[in-house]
Design a protein around this ligand. Structure first.
Ligand code: ADP
Length: 359
């Protein structure tokens, strides 16, 4: 069931903690609190009154099509751009009033690879550790531990330019953790990677979470990634938060619990309407070239009827599959579009300034 998407109040999580955070010396209950945040570029509203919170140690996904406002949200949360109105707090620190404290608490992995290809893996980590004032004694242990965590120990002396894309992404992730941030922002961490490397990155993130007290906010346009990694997912569209819940609850919120994908040979002109009339059908999408995606609450009955109807009409069935609802269906339900149809943007996301630097 979907709770109020604007507040993101769901499951066992409560509202943002009152009185937590640095001022009282108590740990903040919520790692991230965003309240009625707005970003305007001139007359254009890129982020429109969005509120949500992320609990400590949660993996929280921001999912949305190109131009939805995900990067703008991350940029505001990581002190890169000013907020037009509203508030964002990171481990209790106000992004606008305490930007240095926020920067010390966060690690940010931009989409663009930014490690120095002429340095070795270990040198890249050491340089970053020095930039973040990690003391010499701690540095060696931190680098050793991170190399182990991202499975790059035996590559520590390799030049970064010799690494594969997936290994380089893992190095970037290790680098973002050298100063032991409490909150980790990852912008599309697996875009451009092959399927095997993507899974390796997922496993690595899960492994890191098992070893460190870390909250992760990740943006992605991969539904399977969001489904597998995230405890909760916020769907963002046109600058607004349109749904927020666990992947299971989001899927359960979509009318129809089964998806039939069917490929027909020369369907009749009224085929879409006829598919609509099958048992439990809540939506029919024509994907072109005789392909249909049908949501139904009774997969087995609708499938039987579909085959009988095709036989009667003399329409061939080239392929047929029945599966449970996926996050793709959730996305279509809340935005009216398919995420896979949206172009993947290839913008460059820059690092936030280090503590003490002016943005
Ligand atoms: P997403 O990350 O979800 O693809 P963005 O946050 O990058 O979306 O962009 C949200 C909207 O804000 C888009 O319409 C984009 O064109 C617009 N936008 C982003 N940055 C700027 C800017 N600096 N000036 C004007 N418009 C911007």
């Amino acid at each position: 069931m979907i709770s109020d998407p604007n507040l993101g109040n769901s499951g066992s999580a409560g509202r943002p903690a009152a009185g937590g955070g640095p001022s009282t010396g108590e740990p903040a209950v919520n790692a991230i609190e965003v309240e009625h945040i707005v970003k305007k570029y001139g007359d254009f509203t890129a982020v429109d009154d969005v509120s949500f919170y992320v609990k400590e140690e949660e993996i929280f996904g921001l999912l949305g099509p190109n131009g939805a406002g995900k990067s703008t949200l991350i940029r505001m949360m990581t002190t890169l751009i000013p907020i037009t109105s509203g508030k964002a707090r990171i481990v209790g620190f106000d992004v606008q009033k305490d930007p240095d404290d926020v920067r010390r608490a966060i690690g940010v992995i931009p989409q663009a690879l930014t490690s120095d290809i002429d340095l070795t893996v270990e040198e890249n980590l050491n340089i970053y550790a020095k930039l973040y004032d990690v003391s010499a004694q701690k540095r060696k242990a931190a680098v050793d531990e991170l190399l182990e965590l991202v499975d790059l120990t035996k590559w520590r002396d390799a030049q970064t330019k010799t690494l594969s894309g997936g290994m380089r992404r893992r190095l970037e992730i290790a680098r973002g953790l050298v100063h032991s941030p409490r909150i980790f922002f990852l912008d599309e961490p697996t875009t451009g990677l092959d399927p095997v490397s993507r899974v390796a990155v997922w496993e690595m993130l899960t492994n890191i979470k098992a070893h460190r007290k870390l909250t992760i906010l990740i943006t992605t346009h991969y539904m399977d990634e969001a489904d597998r990694l995230c405890d909760r997912i916020a769907i963002v569209d046109h600058g607004k938060l349109v749904a927020l819940d666990t992947p299971a609850a989001l899927k359960a919120s979509v009318p129809g619990s089964n998806v039939i994908e069917a490929h027909f040979d020369h369907p009749t002109a009224d085929w879409e309407q006829r598919l609509h009339a099958l048992t439990g059908v809540t939506s029919v999408q024509h994907e072109g070239a005789g392909m249909y995606r049908i949501l139904t609450s009774d997969g087995s009955k609708a499938t039987t009827e579909l085959v009988e109807m095709a036989v009667r009409a003399g329409v061939g069935v080239k392929s047929l599959s029945v599966q449970n609802t996926t996050l793709d269906d959730v996305f279509v339900h809340y935005t009216g579009r398919q995420l896979r149809d949206e172009l993947v943007k290839s913008y460059s996301f820059v690092m936030p300034p280090r503590p003490g630097m002016q943005p």
